[in-house]
Structures are given as C-alpha cells and as structure tokens.
Write a protein that binds this ligand. Sequence first.
Ligand code: NAX
Length: 328
Amino acid sequence: MSTPVKVAVTGAAGQIGYSLLFRIASGSLLGPDTPVELRLLEITPALKALEGVVMELDDCAFPLLSAVEIGDDPNAVFDGVNIALLVGARPRTKGMERGDLLEANGAIFKPQGRALNDHAADDVKVLITGNPANTNALIAMSNAPDIPNERFNALTRLDHNRAKAQLAAKLGTSVNAVTQMTIWGNHSATQYPDVFNALVDGENAADAIGDQGWIESTFLPVVQKRGAAIIEARGASSAASAANATVDHMRDWVLGTPEGDWVSMAVPSDGSYGAPEGIITSYPCTTAAGSYEIVQGLELNDFSRAKIDASNAELVEERQAVTALGLI
Ligand code: NAX
C-alpha cells in the first residue's frame, strides 16, 4: 500500500459530512488502492458530535482508513493535507442581508485560506462546497498567495448531475447516455445548465428534446431550484447527493475524466467564453494527471450567452461586495 493521502474535511459533523466521510474512507474518492488519513475540522461546540462520527468511522473498520485527526484549529488540521474539502459554511438565516452572509463566510474562508497557504502540502487541491461556494472559494484563494490559483475550485457538480438526471428522465434513457453536460456560472439560481452542447447517445441533446419550451420553462427551473424542492420534500437540504457530487468532483480532478466527455467545475476564470477574469465560475472541464483544462471552442447561441453573462455578472457583484468588505 502507498503512503496515505491526507484529506481534510471542514464542517465534518454536519449533514454532508455524515455522508462524505464514509464515502472517502471506503475508497470512493481515491480508489481501492489508496489509503487515506482523514483530518476533520469543526467549530468547538461541534467537536463532541464529531467524536461520535469518528466512533462510527472506527466501527466500520475501513481497510483504507489509516488515521483520523479532529480539531478546531485549521492550522493544525490542515497540516500536510493533500486534499481539502471545505464544506462547513455559515448558512443564511432569517433577516440576514447578502452582505452579512458574505461577511460571516469571509470570517471562515479567509483564515482557512491562510491556514492552507501556511500548512498544506505543496500539491494541495482545494474544493469548496460550502455556500456561497464560488465566492467562498474566491476568498480562500485570495488569502493563499503561495498556492496556485487553479488549485481552488468550487462545486457545481451536483447541478451537473441533476441536469444529467433530468435530461435522461425526459428522454427515457439512462444517465450513461448523457455526455458533455455543462453548468455555466454561479452555483446559485442563476446557474445555466446547457443542453445545446450536451449529447444524448451521441446526438445533440437540444435536438433530441426538440422542444425549446420544455428547456426554458421546465428543465432550467427544475435544475436551478432543485435544492429548494429537496428542502420542501425532505425538510432538510440535500446532503447525500451533495456529498456524492463532492466525491465525484475531486475524484475526477485527481484521477481524470473519460475520453470524449467532460464535467462541470467552477474554476478561476482565465477569460474563456468572455467571463471576467479572476471570478470563480463554472466551465466545462476535462482533467488528466491531476490538472484540469477548460474545454475550448464550444458554440454559444444568443439564449445561452445571455444566461451565462447574467450568472457571471452576479459573480462580479459578489466579488465587488467581498472586496468592499476587505475579504480579498
Ligand atoms: P450543516 O449545517 O449540516 O453542517 C455544516 C457544518 O459546518 C456544521 O457542523 C458546522 O458546525 C460546521 N462549521 C461551521 N463553521 C465552521 C468552521 N469555521 N470550520 C469548520 N466547520 C464549521 O450543513 P450541510 O448540510 O452539511 O451543508 C454544508 C454547506 O454545503 C452549506 O453551506 C450548504 O449551503 C452547502 N451546500 C452546497 C452545495 C453545492 O452544490 N455547492 C449543495 C448542498 C449544500 O447546500
């Protein structure tokens, strides 16, 4: 067996953590031959609950789980980590303005970015799941000047998986038949799931649907508002599917995407497709040997262009807000 990979998870005692940790420890993240050491960060009042989760991890006797460390100090927990999954965040509570939300999350992601900068392994890859994910990633990235920007991603894979599932259901086929799906923009209600560049059994997905009305009035809002529909039905926000998407994103980033397909990843914009540089926005990406590339040369019709521009404009506004707050 190789040396264990150190995987940090923040918000480890939360609902996503409760699904995520067991997936990582069982080998879903890095495969059946790679042992992992879990390094779990929580706020002090949640450490006791986290101890209970660690007892359950022990009770699984996972062959690949070499060690588990827990703590409330990011400087200690992030020491030597190769992978950081930043899940813990401050949710919006009643009466909270957007500025308050960004400020509260800045208080989390600014010190975590610094701690990663100072203590993580040289090869660290950082994925932000905690909302507002794109802008939290921007805050962490901006406070980690020694880590290359492209090592900071935000999660839009759950939206990507949701879009594939909706499309497959509409066309009465399997999710395996759906390829080249893209989520563009922000992980928010402005995100744009693009069927015009997706394929179903090799055929253009928009052509296969043949109904622009369904795309505009059903598909887009269902994918964009799926999180709210789950809260409505379950009485709690998506957790297992969010953990699954977090695993999918990081696994593909480390191990590569299949030939002929791509995935959606929110990555620092290099200006591709007219996105303002520097924001962390979702693109179609391929990965190989631990690096990603933004897929180039896709055609965007006027409908898609307007939606993508609107979502990126929202990210620019969020960036302005966190700049004004001194968070980046
Ligand atoms: P929970 O509230 O169940 O868990 C969050 C955990 O984070 C709590 O245990 C809390 O104590 C911990 N935490 C708070 N501040 C922390 C800090 N400074 N350091 C370490 N831990 C800290 O939320 P959960 O349902 O697990 O969701 C976590 C985050 O994922 C939320 O921000 C949520 O909005 C976001 N989501 C993102 C999704 C995406 O696709 N990007 C989808 C699912 C989810 O909504």
